[in-house]
Design a protein. Structure first.
Length: 371
């Protein structure tokens, strides 16, 4: 009889262990957050414990797509979307997926970046496209960016000229690219005359009426001396200003900082030495010199770092939430409360079951000792 009682005790103990195991497993299933969808990103992973952005050795290529011109369809080339970020949730793909949620001109009542920080994100994106344009010697890529400055009656964008007119990401990309590629054309680094025609088309109607665009572009294609000679012949009244704007020679600049900066850009493009270019143009100058978009990755690197910093701040000040509306916060809090109630009920159930088994084990052990 004593052996039988011992066997029963052993079985009950085993049952207790098993009950605890399955109860713990069930609780873990309830408390464990939903597993994130398997990432489709490719590219180079960040080193362990690193918070810096890693640029792969392979170049990011550009594949032309149909122009979107839409904030809803704003994106980056596929290869850029495959890159890793400076933090979890900070890859280019994730940043673009959160456009309109954590950042963007149209986020509604969501907990999102303040306007200045949102504008920085747009700036990085159009800067990246402008750099792609430099690598391809073609500003057509700018047309893939949003071109509107009004949406649902709300104005947004950046005032970039005296009139205060707002510029969209598309217009900002073209603003930087047109003059850049014109200089590349004059320097013989780009043979496509369209880069000259695009530059001429930016002129006001009065100045444009004084020249023949094909004649001017033919002259400009022969170098800076021919280009300036044509301007001096056809538009003598604007020639001094044109000299400083184009800044093919440092001598014409004097102490004019704008002219000196333009000359640095010209020298960097002409000599194929990116370090001679102003800092804001170095990725573009490198992309032009190499005819490769790889240097443009530095723009995405900075974008990822900034996004990670701003996202962390947003989450901290938003009580752990980012990119959601007040209503969605309430729903999330309700779900969290329901989940906690289920966990508490499961824990109490486990405690009661353990208590009952322990009582039975103690009684059986007592009877066994009594024999």
């Amino acid at each position: 009889m004593k052996k039988i009682m011992i066997g029963v005790v052993v079985l009950l103990a085993a049952a207790l262990i098993g009950l605890k195991y399955f109860a713990a497993k069930k609780q873990a299933d309830v408390t464990r957050p939903a597993a994130p969808a398997e990432s489709e990103q490719q590219g180079v992973a960040l080193p362990a414990a690193s918070t810096s952005y890693v640029i792969p050795n392979t170049a990011v290529t550009y594949t032309p797509v149909q122009a979107t011109g839409s904030y809803e369809l704003l994106t980056l080339p596929a290869d850029a979307l495959a890159l890793k970020g400076a933090c979890e949730g900070g890859s280019p793909k994730e940043i673009m997926a959160n456009h309109g949620k954590t950042w963007g001109y149209s986020t509604g009542r969501r907990n999102s970046f303040e306007p200045k920080k949102t504008q920085e994100m747009y700036n990085y994106i159009w800067e990246y496209y402008a750099c792609l344009a430099a690598s391809r010697q073609d500003n057509a890529v700018c047309s893939e960016l949003p071109g509107d400055v009004v949406k649902d009656g709300v104005k947004f964008g950046v005032p970039m000229n005296i009139s205060g007119a707002l510029l969209s990401p598309m217009a900002q990309c073209r603003e930087k690219t047109v003059i850049f590629l014109f200089k590349a054309y004059v320097a013989g680094k780009s043979k496509d005359q369209q880069n000259c025609m695009d530059y001429v088309n930016e002129w006001d109607a009065e100045n444009l009426s004084r020249i023949s665009p094909p004649e001017f572009c033919e002259a400009a294609g022969q170098g800076p001396e021919k280009a300036l000679a044509y301007v001096k012949l056809k538009m003598p009244n604007v020639y001094p200003m044109a000299e400083k704007m184009l800044a093919f020679s440092k001598k014409v600049c004097g102490s004019d900082s704008g002219c000196l900066s333009n000359n640095e850009l010209w020298e960097g493009i002409k000599n194929g030495i990116p370090d001679k270019c102003p800092a804001a143009y170095r990725p573009n100058c490198a992309a032009l010199a190499q005819k490769d978009p790889a240097p443009c990755l530095s723009v995405l690197s900075e974008m990822s770092k900034k996004y990670c910093t701003y996202y962390k701040e947003l989450t901290k000040h938003g009580g752990g939430y980012a990119g959601v509306t007040p209503e969605e916060v309430k729903d999330n809090l309700k779900l969290a409360a329901k989940k906690k109630a289920e966990e508490d009920a499961l824990r109490k159930q486990e405690e009661n079951s353990t208590k009952q088994i322990n009582e039975r084990v103690r009684k059986l052990i007592g009877k066994s000792k009594g024999e």
